[in-house]
Design a protein around this ligand. Structure first.
Ligand code: MN
Length: 329
């Protein structure tokens, strides 16, 4: 996906963090989504929970867009022309529908529900994302992972993985990155990371062992999910600081609930995010933008898209400043 929101608006600010009471229930901060139109000839709108004013990253997860279920006969579906990425990985995860992916590595893949598509931008990549004619309902998430300094110039890459679902009494879990519920994704990451889909049957709860060094975010897709003591509504993201060794999720409704659990060790580097680029400085972004506008080999070319590539937006007059998470109180 391509970020058209070059200057994110301020979102509802969460309460100031007071940490967890010692030995008590993890404290959950609720990050509310904001609607972001993706622009272009189609009218698709996504719900964005990362980044926002009160939180830039959860582990290395730095971007979370949630969309659908959209009737593509109404919205037109997804159609993102060739555009670049640098310094990050993109994770496409669907609940419904199908997206055709092509990139400048030569990859040609179909993103389907329950299948991880992980694209590494590294030094530079370009790609297209188009929902297919077989798609009637499009529903999923698009997530970005910031690459740590030592790997942000890595070679472009593309990985596809279909996790075997883990079924417990109350839940069905698909671990696409990292380890949870006794399984580990074979897909390598550049920093300690967790990504998993969790479906909860009606009137059930599940307690999951998690890495206490990780911070976590639970993005609710459908239904309402109680995370520790906090009820999260659809499209909300519940944030938990590092510390707890378990997380308890409960579905108190009559219908199946579904969420995506993200986690990772806190990402301590400051990053500069602008459009589809992540760098460490204003100059990094200026260089990446110029390289894209000049059709540099840095990003390569994408075959098979019937249209022009996306031009980069105009840079703001002000110097882009690094972002990091607010300090923990
Ligand atoms: Mn993209």
């Amino acid at each position: 996906m391509s970020d058209v929101e070059a200057e994110p608006r301020e979102a509802r600010r969460g309460e100031e963090d007071a940490g967890e009471p010692p030995g008590g229930t993890p404290r959950v901060e609720v990050l509310a989504p904001r609607d972001v139109p993706l622009g272009g000839p189609r009218a698709m709108t996504v719900r964005r929970t990362l980044p926002q004013r009160s939180r830039t990253l959860i582990g290395a997860w730095c971007f979370a867009d949630h969309y659908g279920p959209d009737d593509v006969s109404v919205t037109g579906g997804m159609d993102v022309a060739p555009h670049p990425h640098t310094g990050l990985q993109t994770v496409s995860w669907l609940f419904s529908g199908e997206i055709e992916h092509r990139d400048s590595l030569g990859s040609h893949a179909f993103v389907r529900p329950g299948e991880l598509n992980l694209m590494t931008g590294g030094h530079g990549i370009a790609h297209t994302e188009v929902s297919t004619g077989r798609t009637t309902v499009l529903h999923g998430v698009q997530l970005w992972v910031a690459l740590p300094e030592e790997h942000r110039g890595t070679a472009r890459d593309f990985q596809h993985h279909v996790p075997e679902p883990v079924r417990t009494e109350g839940a069905e879990i698909r671990v696409f990155l990292g380890s949870l519920a006794g399984v580990t994704s074979p897909v390598p990451a550049f920093s300690p990371l967790l990504g998993a889909e969790i479906a909860l049957r009606p009137h059930t709860s599940v307690t999951l062992a998690v890495d206490p060094g990780f911070e976590h975010g639970l993005l609710v897709d459908q239904g309402s999910v109680r995370l520790a003591d906090t009820l999260l509504r659809p499209a909300e993201l519940g944030y938990v600081h590092p510390g707890p060794g378990t997380l308890t999720l409960a579905n108190e409704s009559d219908d199946t609930a579904r969420a995506v659990l993200l986690g990772g060790t806190p990402f301590e580097e400051e990053i500069v995010m602008w459009w589809n680029f992540i760098g460490r400085s204003h100059e990094d972004i200026v260089r990446a933008r110029a390289d894209w506008q000049n059709s540099s080999d840095r990003f390569g070319t994408v075959d098979g898209y019937p249209g022009e590539r996306l031009p980069a937006p105009v840079l703001p007059h002000a110097t882009l400043t690094p972002r990091r998470n607010p300090p923990r109180h």
